[in-house]
Design a protein around this ligand. Structure first.
Ligand SMILES: Nc1ncnc2c1ncn2[C@@H]1O[C@H](COP(=O)(O)OP(=O)(O)O)[C@@H](O)[C@H]1O
Ligand SMILES: C=C(OP(=O)(O)O)C(=O)O
Ligand SMILES: [K+]
Ligand SMILES: [Mg+2]
Length: 573
């Protein structure tokens, strides 16, 4: 491989060796090569060039040849995407992102690395479970993996104020028999009491009347309230079933849900302290449980942006009836949505979930926000090494609906086959993506009001890329907006988003079809493009004859220049 052209790099991981005037340039120095020639000799890159090195304000020029080792580090592509690209080519890159809930079954460094290798884009920590120390340990391990070259974002998921069972006296499940009489209480006691259930919230029985139904986990078991004793309830089991640890309680009257969660705050004191912890550990996403309207999301977002410039992205979990009534305002206010089908299935009839899921994904795409489909995607794999056919069909349906991301819960957190479950997600989504491409299923988008130029550019780029059968789309972006607008169109070729902002890179981990890369970007689109193509070339991720569409919305550093948005078609030479 020999390439000529103009070239500039900022030294970071790069080691340069050439005896001569500069010695070895160090981190932060800018090295410019004019009329350079690049040769790859068995993995070593040799540059023959006239060059000058800028050290602070001084610069010197030299001529000769340099060996560059580690230049590839500058491309900022993660190990897994690089490997996938090498093996399968542009069209083989998976578009649907994968989220894994981390729990005791996968929290060692080795197991986390296996999940990362298997395609985990985001690690989710459910703050309902385990200790602060445990969560901290997992976050640190993921940071360590990212230092090794992986790109795994971290999400914390708040506990929220849901009424649930604290303890029912058994370590795992306990069976409630038909006709048995149970005591539901908020009294705290040591050890276990038979036929007694501790509820998590003091006022859990407020407004509840004799004759109301207590439904466990959306139908696992059902009780009828037969007596109120102070805040406690005496209940008769009318539909036998299992009570699991932390099982959810909902109350029904005349076949309607009694809105017991209305009065509870979306973010509890514990949630705020978990958020504080997450922010101090630099997590990338905060998923807010039981969002009822946009208020809590707006509040959290303004709190976060006041706290730091690189704030975590806020995801709203759609898992209660009230959130369905205010869907659009919640999607608008948040940075993305999780369709939390577990609790949603407790609040609305199960048969409504599939159509609701499709509607939520569609609203998210229209409003340009990523959507995660969560819960029970591969529930049977918590115990068994193969999925049910119905589970594979469910995953395929979510991919066909163009969800941005799919999530594992118990499958990875406590299951025996977490890596296998992740590999089922990966292969099933890749298959469905290529089928969708063959069927040419891109659905139409409405125009949104804001930033119409960027939106129009991205719509055109996606259409052009599909019509011309181009190999890849490159986008240079600071905040990720152009990358999300491209992703929203679900184009056939992969989108490589080059950004110099590490929080943007992590936020794009959730975005359909986007491979985020961390690079040094200048305000000069031409230079950025040249540099990125050359770096991809040196890594042999792109070859002569490949055609890429380059989109840019980088704001130039110089104040005299205005925002420059452009589309270019480049054939690699
Ligand atoms: N950090 C953790 N520590 C221990 N167990 C966990 C953890 N995260 C999740 N789990 C287990 O995995 C199951 C599935 O996770 P998830 O769906 O996030 O929680 P939940 O079932 O409470 O909604 C949980 O019920 C719990 O048993
Ligand atoms: C993802 C969900 O939330 P959690 O696991 O926190 O209950 C859900 O309810 O589907
Ligand atoms: K939660
Ligand atoms: Mg939930």
């Amino acid at each position: 491989m020999a390439v000529t052209g103009k070239f500039a790099v900022i030294c970071n991981q790069m080691i340069m060796r050439k005896p001569g005037v500069f010695g070895a340039p160090v981190a932060g120095q800018r090295v410019c090569f004019n009329a350079w020639k690049l040769k790859d000799r068995k993995g070593r890159i040799e540059i023959k060039a006239v060059a000058h090195v800028e050290v602070g304000t001084k610069s010197t020029t030299d001529q000769g040849s340099w060996n560059l080792k580690g230049l590839e580090g500058n491309l900022g592509v993660d190990l897994v995407s690089e490997e996938e690209l090498r093996k399968k080519g542009f069209m083989g890159l998976r578009k649907t992102k994968l989220v894994c809930t981390i729990g005791p079954a996968c929290c060692s460094l080795e197991e986390l690395e296996k999940l990362a290798l298997e395609g985990m884009n985001v690690a989710r920590l459910n703050m309902c479970h385990n200790t602060r120390e445990w969560h901290l340990d997992v976050i640190r391990k993921i940071k360590k993996l990212n230092e090794k070259g992986y790109c795994v974002a971290v999400m914390i998921d708040t506990e929220g104020s849901q009424i649930h069972v604290v303890d029912h006296g058994a370590p795992s499940s306990v069976k409630a028999q038909d006709g048995s009489i149970w005591h539901f209480t908020t009294e705290k006691f040591e050890g276990s009491r038979p036929l007694t259930v501790q509820a998590s919230h003091e006022g859990f029985s407020e407004g509840i009347e004799i004759g109301d139904e207590v439904v466990i986990d959306g139908g696992m078991a059902t009780f009828e309230v037969i007596e109120k004793i102070g805040n406690d309830l005496r209940c008769k089991c009318t539909d036998s079933g299992l009570l699991l640890p932390r099982a959810k309680l909902s109350f029904w009257r005349d076949e309607k849900l009694v809105g017991r969660n209305y009065e509870l705050p979306t973010l509890s004191g514990k949630d705020w302290s978990d958020i504080e912890f997450g922010v101090s550990e630099g997590v990338d996403f905060i998923a807010v449980s039981f969002v009822k309207d946009a208020k809590a999301i707006r509040h959290l977002k303004s709190y976060l942006s006041a706290k730091s410039t690189k704030s975590a992205r806020v995801l709203a979990k759609i898992e209660c009836v009230e959130s369905l009534h205010k869907l659009e305002e919640i999607v608008e206010a948040s940075d993305g949505i999780m369709i939390a089908r577990g609790d949603l299935g407790v609040e609305i009839p199960l048969e409504q979930i599939p159509s609701m899921q499709e509607k939520i994904i569609e609203v998210c795409r229209q409003l340009n926000k990523p959507a995660i489909v969560a819960s029970q995607l591969l529930e049977s794999m918590i115990q068994y090494p193969t999925p049910t056919r119905a589970e594979v069909a469910d995953i395929s349906e979510a991919v066909r609906q163009y969800a941005d991301a799919l999530m594992l819960s118990g499958e990875s957190a406590i299951g025996s086959y977490g890596q296998k479950a992740l590999s089922v997600l990966r292969t099933t989504s890749s298959r469905m993506e290529s089928w969708s491409r063959e069927e040419n299923m891109q659905a139409n988008l409405n125009q949104s009001k804001s930033d119409q130029i960027a939106e129009q550019i991205c719509n055109c780029v996606a259409e052009m890329a599909n019509n011309l059968g181009l190999d890849a789309i490159f986008v240079f972006t600071r905040h990720g907006q152009m990358a999300t607008l491209l992703s929203r169109n679900r184009p056939n070729p992969p989108i490589f988003a080059f950004t110099s902002d590490s929080s943007t890179r992590m936020a794009l981990s959730l975005q359909w079809g986007v491979t985020p890369l961390l690079v040094d970007l200048s305000g000069d689109t031409e230079a950025n493009t040249e540099k990125s193509i050359n770096l991809m070339k040196t890594k042999e991720l792109i070859k002569e004859g490949d055609t890429v569409l380059v989109v840019s919305d980088i704001i130039p550093s110089s104040a005299t220049q205005t925002l420059f948005q452009s589309i270019q078609v480049k054939t690699v030479v």
